[in-house]
Design a protein around this ligand. Structure first.
Ligand SMILES: Cc1ncc(COP(=O)(O)O)c(C=O)c1O
Length: 385
């Protein structure tokens, strides 16, 4: 007898996590590792979130919540949109999810049929095409251009339509992981007009909002057809709490709610209580952003001397996407040797871009300023510059 394992369940590994596993094993052997591979804050949840979670432990039984999430948390998110962006978001459209990862699954299931085509620009967060594929949805990689910071434009959407036929959706990551590039207001308006006219459903990943260094972030939360996804993982510094949210069009609310009922019941309730408090920790969170700003500057100032080149403006998030063309032929081998010889963990670009990723690595600057300085010294020694 041969019991099968499904084809659709077989995914390529998430390399950033593989690198983390190797780096951690080296650390256990006593090596001193500088971590630039992992995309998570090195800080805990804000104190107000921890207090709120402790109170919930004492005062509630941490049971299930309704599928859409605690009304108080949804209200705080709605208020957040009003205060930060002047946007009106009724709480009925806000649903709480298991990280933004959970929100992607719900959004793709609610918006697309198996066989639909969803466009995305590479380099991108590796889970998007993987989640799409497991759901039977076809990812269509756009020919995004370096002069557009590898972000989608109406023109590349037209080109993709000419090549692949009608597109059903587009994922926009703003700011993007791994480049940090943002789509600013005018470009975003043009892209959204194009998508609305062509009935292309936009799923916007706004998970790095709050962490930006080049002007205000723009949300598309008021677009009536789009799904906006966000998370407590990055700005709010709560990765392991596994909590995110989505804002969906009015006519999609019931579908998403029913999907959530059957796929997860609800997002973790202890995390939802913590997140209510997180909105009172903004001062602490802004000091994290100040540190990211300092780290970013240290890397940008020192990068050229290492032989690496910056491939897109690091406007937001906590990453620099760096070309290794001048110093290596293959970024996976470069990242492996850099880790083994100098103890600097980075993520090979192939994780983010199956076509051109062999020429780039991603450096995460979510850590400490002294780690950034040390990384530069070691990379320079490694490249012999
Ligand atoms: C662009 C982007 N979207 C989504 C996620 C998933 O985050 P989470 O599920 O923790 O909200 C990540 C994590 O690194 C990311 O970089």
């Amino acid at each position: 007898m041969a019991f099968k394992i499904s084809q659709r369940g077989r995914l390529a590994p998430f390399l950033a996590l593989d690198v983390l596993a190797t780096a951690t094993a080296l650390e256990r052997e006593g090596r001193d590792i500088v971590h630039l591979e992992i995309g998570q804050p090195s800080t805990p949840a804000p104190k107000a979130a921890l207090e709120s979670a402790r109170r919930a432990l004492d005062e509630t039984n941490i049971g299930y919540t309704v599928a859409a999430g605690l009304p108080e948390l949804r209200q705080r998110i709605s208020d957040w949109y009003r205060q930060r962006y002047g946007a009106r978001v009724p709480i009925e459209r806000v649903l709480i999810t298991q990280g933004s990862s959970g929100a992607f699954q719900l959004a793709f299931l609610a918006a697309f049929e198996a066989g639909d085509k969803v466009a995305l620009a590479a380099p991108c967060y590796p889970a998007y095409p993987k989640i799409l594929r497991t759901l039977g949805i076809e990812p269509v990689f756009l020919k995004a251009r370096p002069e557009d910071a590898f972000q989608p434009t109406p023109q590349v959407m037209e080109e993709a339509m000419a090549e692949h036929g009608a597109l059903d959706g587009l994922i926009i990551a703003n700011p993007n992981n791994p480049t940090g590039a943002m789509v600013h207001q005018d470009e975003l308006n043009a892209l959204m007009d194009w998508c609305d006219t062509n009935e292309v459903r936009v799923i916007a990943d706004e998970i790095y909002h709050g962490i930006s260094f080049a002007g205000e972030e723009t949300t598309i939360v008021e677009n009536p057809h789009s799904v906006v996804i966000n998370s407590f993982s990055k700005y709010f510094s709560m990765t392991g709490w596994r909590l995110g949210w989505m804002v969906v069009p009015e006519d999609m609310v019931q579908t998403v709610e029913r999907l959530q009922q059957s796929l997860a019941i609800c997002a973790p309730s202890i995390s939802q209580y913590a997140a209510i408090g997180a909105f009172d920790g903004i001062q602490e969170l802004e000091s994290n952003v100040a540190r990211y700003r300092e780290n970013r500057q240290i890397l940008l100032d020192g990068l050229a001397e290492t032989g690496l080149t910056q491939l897109a403006p690091a406007d937001g998030a906590f990453y620099i996407y760096a070309g290794v063309d001048d110093v290596a032929n293959d970024s996976s081998a470069f990242a492996r040797d850099l880790l083994e010889q100098e103890g600097v963990a980075t993520t090979p670009g192939i994780d983010f871009d199956p076509v051109n990723g062999d020429k780039a690595i991603r450096l995460s600057f979510a850590g400490k300023p002294e780690d950034m300085r040390e990384a530069l010294v070691r990379i320079k020694r490694f490249t012999g510059r």
